[in-house]
Write a protein that binds this ligand. Structure first.
Ligand code: NOJ
Length: 862
């Protein structure tokens, strides 16, 4: 490439940045005009080989074969929740995409794993990874190519967010690790993971129309952060979300997809739309969408925005061939990335998402091709044991007075009270999409669900345990019959009362809650039930199965409530996991992945329930990076229980904080990758496009299914007049492009992940029983603009009584940097920085200022 074009390319970038006068306004306008970055896998750890294979494969494809792999065949057109077209000539079947983040949805003989929020509560990389692997095995066993999870959006800006529980935590660091471990686990089993919903899909109300305004720094430091971890972990696909960002739909948003995800984060996989989140043919293609799901939903003749419509756009030249080739090579690279070694083969789907009968239509939307669609392959393996372990180790012990817990075998009597403890009438899947609360709640509702193979209710598990101990057992549903509840609780050694507050996706409404929770109180009379039971029994244990925080201030202060446990959404082994914790088989080690406020107002950020103009809902994330504990700390609001908090049956002592500088030559910013190789190659194309119209229509005699989506032109007479002339010419420009300063490799500039400090401390178990401590590292970056502290490390430390271990945290450059909106780069600020090690975000046991890195000048700000 000539020097002139390099300079022109660089100049374009410079203008972009100088053009954004307000420092925190994203360079959206300029980004919208930039071409969608093309991926080549080169220098992108772990992708090279996949790209070699993918480019060879794509090079053999005709235009319609390529288009076929980019477009879903339509809603319920095939056996999976989403399926692309295939390449019959090469014996390559379409991609099968299936929900969801906690297990295989819409099938049988699968496991129902604990929800993401429970994995957040484990603060355990080990369990996150193991669950990912186990889920990957199950998806593969069903013949699925892409698991539609894990989720980092919503992150959890507001506690009522309907789908927060599908993800890990409102803390981006914890979520980022949850994403990376889960993705690596899933993909290690030959299944492509999907990081969703990208991005800012923070609420269910108006999710398909709301336009979110956000400043560039908050985007980077909060919402984009876990997606960066996902990309760095090698995630094969990303799902763009329903909402708009700064006026443009997420799946048509050049800033978020082209600029942030594909350029800055150097994402090498493919972007698929959420179901129906694509809105235009051209806008989506040029803004970086690679796969349209479920593929239908457009005007005649194609009834799809892509399929034949995309073929037309290519032939007319409105979408350049390199853009289509980039879509397909990304899709195929993700495929080849996971199909290696023992997972080189590719089993076909052996289930139908749309029927549980053995025989059914292969193409339900056209009710055609009846055959055996369900082989009922049992994929559960020994995952129940892992599910039980995660259920127990994600349970957070919030209160335990007078050693009420663990319970012991000498108990003479116990009462279990509340609908949330009970078997679900009609079986665990009696309510479709888990959209009810007529028994124990072990997952939220909507597409983030799976069918339960079985569900061990707390009542069943506790009854078994009581029987084994010879204790009298009383079980009462009684949520609204408080007299019956009191009767059951009175005189018992312990009364265990259960309550729930569920949440989910907005296509189902449960008890008036359209996905998002209307409030943070317990459902189904839960608060009154707990009050009634505690009124007659001074050893009342409260168990909560909730989607997130509920208001428990009053309960926490009630002296007759001796213990409170948050069990979250623990999945199929719910009762067994709980019994393990209640009886001390597992010493509780869960830590709250969110803050428990005393009032919904305490959270600061608000959910938009009623837009002033419902046709144009808008929201500005003005609270910036201050959500959850960061807001509570800034506003000086005392929560009932803080982020990171959880009790154990033993106690731990912290000592010996040690900080070692690992890089004594670090400057404020990492040398940009741009310096060395800051220009991409021109957009590659693979194979040639046969421009002959007749080569791109359906073969003669081919009998199309209706309403199946095909890649062919509707007829040989279509006019290929160039449309979309309004598209910025830069968006179709395939010449070499500059790499952003913060980019250069998946997850961003690799230098961001360089370890600058190691920080260690000694942890001792000073109690009488073995236990696991979750030490947490928080960093104060300094200055008003930064939170009091942000989570930047945690570990799972197993300790016998009297045992001491050293825990070591690694602090990377990214961990102590802020996003500089002007230079569009991460930068270590000049304020004094402090590290805290503790048992939660406020129970700090050790602290120290971070030694100044040579070459950087730090000053105290207060
Ligand atoms: C919409 C949901 O938002 C998404 O999470 C899911 O994967 C798709 N529907 C497919 O069910």
């Amino acid at each position: 490439m000539g020097i002139l074009s390099i300079l022109t390319a660089l100049a374009a970038v410079t203008i972009t940045f100088l053009g954004s006068t307000a420092a925190d306004v994203p360079p959206a306008a300029a980004a919208a005009g930039s071409p969608s970055p093309w991926a080549t896998g080169r220098g992108a750890g772990g992708w090279d080989e996949a790209y070699t294979k993918a480019s060879e494969f794509v090079g053999q494809l005709t235009l319609v074969e390529k288009v076929n792999l980019t477009t879903g065949t339509g809603w319920e057109a095939d056996v999976c929740i989403g399926m692309t077209g295939s390449v019959p000539r090469l014996g390559f079947a379409g991609f099968c995409l299936q929900d969801g983040p906690l297990g295989v949805r819409y099938t049988t003989k699968n496991s129902a794993f604990p929800a993401g929020i429970n994995l957040g509560a484990t603060f355990s990389r080990r369990l996150m990874r193991l669950r990912g692997e186990a889920m990957g095995e199950e998806f593969r066993g069903k013949g699925i190519d892409v698991q539609l999870g894990p989720a980092a959006g919503p992150l959890g800006r507001v506690p009522q967010g309907g789908r927060n529980w599908e993800g890990f935590s409102p803390d981006p660091y914890l979520t980022g690790i949850g994403m990376a471990e889960t993705i690596q686990g899933i993909q290690s089993r030959g299944v492509i993971a999907c990081a969703k919903h990208y991005i800012l899909n923070e609420q269910e109300h108006y999710r398909g129309s709301i336009s979110v305004k956000i400043d560039d720094r908050t985007m980077h430091e909060l919402y984009l952060w876990p997606f960066a971890d996902a990309v760095r972990a090698g995630v094969g696909s990303v799902m763009c979300s329903y909402n708009k960002i700064h006026g443009d739909y997420s799946c048509e948003n050049s800033w978020t997809t082209n600029y942030l995800l594909k350029n800055e984060l150097n994402f090498q996989g493919f972007v698929m739309s959420d179901w129906g989140a694509q809105h235009t043919t051209l806008g989506s293609a040029l803004s970086g969408l690679d796969m349209a799901m479920p593929g239908d939903g457009g005007a005649p003749p194609y009834r799809s925005l892509w399929g034949g419509a995309l073929t037309e756009a290519i032939l007319s030249g409105t979408v350049p061939q390199w853009r289509l080739d980039d879509m397909v090579v990304r899709i195929m690279a993700a495929y080849f990335k996971v199909h290696t070694g023992a997972f080189a083969s590719r089993p076909a789907p052996n289930f139908s998402a749309w029927t549980n009968a053995s025989v059914g239509p292969l193409h339900p939307s056209s009710n055609s091709t009846w055959t055996v669609v369900n082989s009922f392959v049992d994929v559960q393996s020994t995952h129940a044991a892992l599910i039980r372990e995660i259920g127990a180790k994600s349970t957070v012990l919030l209160k335990n007075t007078a050693r009420a817990l663990p319970l012991h075998s000498l108990l003479k009597s116990l009462a279990v009270i509340g609908r949330d403890a009970q078997n679900i009438p009609g079986g665990p899947n009696a309510c479709s999409e888990r959209a009810c609360i007529n028994g124990t709640v072990a997952m939220g509702y909507g597409s983030g669900t799976a069918e339960f193979p079985y569900l061990v209710s707390p009542a069943t598990a506790l009854q078994l345990r009581a029987a084994a101990d010879g204790a009298a057992f009383t079980n009462a549903v009684a949520n609204w019959d408080l007299e019956a509840a009191r009767g059951a609780a009175r005189g018992k050694d312990v009364a265990i009362v259960f309550a729930t507050a569920t949440a989910g996706e907005n296509f189902v409404v449960v008890d008036g809650n359209a996905g998002d929770r209307n409030n943070l109180t317990l459902w189904d009379n839960g608060d009154a039930l707990i009050r009634a039971v505690a009124g007659v029994n001074n050893n009342t244990v409260v168990v909560l199965h909730t989607a997130g925080p509920v208001l428990v201030e009053e309960i926490s202060k009630n002296p007759n409530v001796t213990a409170i446990l948050w069990a979250g959404f623990p999945g199929q082994e719910s009762g067994n996991s709980l019994v393990d914790v209640l009886y001390g088989v597992v010493n509780p080690q869960g830590r709250s992945p969110f803050t428990w406020g005393k009032d919904v107002k305490d959270y600061g950020a608000e959910l938009l329930f009623q837009a002033p103009d419902p046709r144009k809902p808008e929201q500005s994330f003005d609270e910036g990076v201050f959500i959850d504990y960061r807001h509570f700390q800034k506003a000086g609001i005392e929560p009932t229980y803080e982020f990171g908090f959880g009790l154990s049956y033993t106690e731990f002592d912290y000592s010996g904080l040690k900080i070692v500088v690992q890089n004594s030559t670090a400057g404020a910013t990492v040398p940009s990758q741009v310096v060395a190789h800051g220009i991409t190659e021109p957009a590659p194309t693979y194979g040639t496009v046969n421009k002959n119209v007749t080569a791109n229509v359906a073969p003669e005699g081919f009998k199309k299914l209706v309403p199946y989506v095909y890649p062919w032109l509707s007829s040989a007479n279509v006019s290929l007049a160039r449309t979309g002339s309004s598209s910025p010419s830069t968006a179709t420009n395939g010449s070499a492009q500059p790499v952003l300063p913060a980019g250069g490799a998946p997850g961003g500039n690799p230098g961001l992940y360089e370890v600058l400090y190691t920080i260690s401390a000694k942890i001792k178990n000073i109690g009488k029983v073995a236990g696991t401590e979750i030490p947490q590292l928080y960093v104060q970056l300094g200055g008003e603009e930064n939170p009091w502290g942000v989570l930047r490390g945690f570990d799972e430390v197993v300790l016998e009584p009297g045992e001491t271990k050293t825990v070591t945290f690694e602090l990377t450059r990214r961990d102590i940097s802020n996003w500089n909106t002007t230079s569009q780069n991460w930068e270590i600020g000049n304020k004094e920085k402090v590290v805290f090690i503790g048992q939660s975000s406020s129970r700090i046991r050790l602290n120290s200022t971070l030694p100044v890195l040579p070459g950087l000048l730090w000053r105290s700000y207060d």
